[in-house]
Design a protein around this ligand. Structure first.
Ligand code: MN
Length: 314
């Protein structure tokens, strides 16, 4: 599928029945002023269920300016999911939606055949920024759907023995996020209280991954380090976490994605031709519409033949 005209990354679900927890160190990526940890895709682990991208930004404290400042840029074939721990981010898209993301809210943008958006720190802000940006690959039967945007003002929170879970995507335990998705999945923030143990019941058909956000955590003898993705294969019915001083972690999963996707810049596609056409349309001002509410020029697409890092906080 890859060809030498489009330097896209093919991403295949490897799945895995191995019951050991696998560790995949992320890498630091500089996005303008903002330094982020990219933990998905990483070498040897491109997908976790339908999740194909995960950037962790912050925590940052700032006195002025806009630490988050991503000019209008296009997407196809994916959903962006923005989850904040602290601070605020304003989303503006070419459908005309504007939404402020805050802790406890989730913004889910479905690109389908094409959408453009900008994300920035609002002028009135708390001086804090901490969160995660994730992408979900759309299955082949759904990826040509019309674009849409969903803002969930208050995601479901469930109390668990030893902690709690905020379910921003899909279903966990008996909570389901109202955010619209196109294949089975879970996305949640877990909190483990100090000196507690939390046992999470999970779907045996899902693979999962966890990212430590704050505090200290261990799962089945594995002590988590920051900016490392911990992978859990299918076939599990539960995972037990323990924390000494309390912790927050990101928990994502889904059935192994049965399709090989091609990722280039902000596009998730299947063929190099689709990517080339989407790039040409963006450069020509076609297909993706116009983002109002951002003061500045849109991002230019990188050359096709160069590996383009997927847009970071996008
Ligand atoms: Mn984006």
């Amino acid at each position: 599928m890859p060809d030498d005209r489009v330097a896209a990354e093919p991403c295949t679900a490897l799945g895995g029945l191995n019951q050991d927890i696998e560790a995949y160190p992320g890498r630091e990526v500089k996005l303008g002023e903002l330094s982020v940890a990219r933990v998905l895709p990483v070498r040897d682990r491109r997908l976790v269920g339908p999740w194909c991208f995960l950037d962790r930004f912050g925590p940052h404290a700032f006195g002025g300016g806009k630490p988050m400042d991503v000019a209008p840029h296009p997407h196809i074939g994916l959903q962006t999911v923005t989850w904040l721990l602290e601070g605020e981010v304003v989303h503006d898209d070419s459908l005309g939606f504007e939404a402020i993301g805050r802790p406890g809210t989730v913004n889910v943008m479905t690109a389908g055949t094409g959408i453009a958006h900008a994300e920035q720190t609002p002028r009135l802000n708390s001086g804090r920024l901490s969160g995660a940006q994730l992408w979900v690959a759309l299955p082949d039967g759904e990826r040509h759907a019309a674009p849409r945007f969903d803002h969930v003002a208050d995601v479901p929170t469930i109390e668990l023995r030893g902690g709690l879970a905020q379910v921003f995507s899909g279903t966990l335990a008996d909570a389901t996020s109202p955010a619209h998705h196109y294949s089975p999945l879970v996305g949640a923030e877990l909190r483990v209280h100090a000196s507690e143990r939390l046992t999470l019941g999970v779907d045996r058909t899902f693979e999962h991954a966890a990212l430590l956000l704050d505090g200290d955590i261990a799962a089945e003898g594995t002590v988590f380090a920051p900016h490392v993705l911990y992978y859990f294969g299918t076939g599990r019915s539960e995972v037990t976490f323990e924390s000494r001083h309390g912790a927050r972690l990101l928990w994502i999963g889904g059935p192994p994605f049965g399709e090989t996707i091609l990722m280039w810049w902000n596009f998730v596609a299947r063929t190099p031709d689709e990517i080339a056409r989407a790039r040409a349309d963006w450069e020509a001002g076609l297909r993706f519409g116009t983002v109002k509410g951002y003061d500045g020029p849109p991002l230019a697409a990188p050359p096709l033949a160069r590996f383009a890092r997927p847009n970071p906080v996008s």
